[in-house]
Write a protein of this length. Structure first.
Length: 118
């Protein structure tokens, strides 16, 4: 059973930066895709960014384009999310998810809290 463990969250002022990490107990190179989601209080979980194994193609939700960067270090079995120019509306619990194949997500992390103060 693969486990995903997120870290790197915290409290930061608006305009600041954080880098989230998601360490997998299995090989990240074996995953079809790895994705960051977030869930703000009282809201549904939403997609943030994904990276596919093939060609390392990435995709982002519009609200984070130009500010967030998703990347993967297969040698360390780690997924990253570099978050710059943070805004209060980025406040949420951030989760990483992994897919073995297209479709539902097979593995989830426990989440890491990101709080951006104005």
């Amino acid at each position: 059973q693969v486990q995903l463990v997120e870290s790197g969250g915290g409290l930061v002022q608006a305009g600041g930066s954080l880098r989230l990490s998601c360490v997998a107990s299995g090989r990240t190179s074996s995953f079809y895709a790895m994705t960051w989601f977030r869930q703000a209080p009282g809201k549904e979980r939403e997609f943030v960014a994904t990276i596919w194994r093939v060609s390392e193609t990435t995709a982002y939700t519009d609200s984070v384009k130009g500010r967030f960067t998703i990347s993967r270090d297969n040698a360390k079995n780690t997924l990253y999310l570099q978050m710059n120019m943070l805004k209060p509306e980025d406040t949420a619990v951030y989760y990483c998810g992994a897919q073995i194949k297209p479709g539902t997500f097979d593995f989830w992390g426990q989440g890491t809290q990101v709080t951006v103060s104005s």
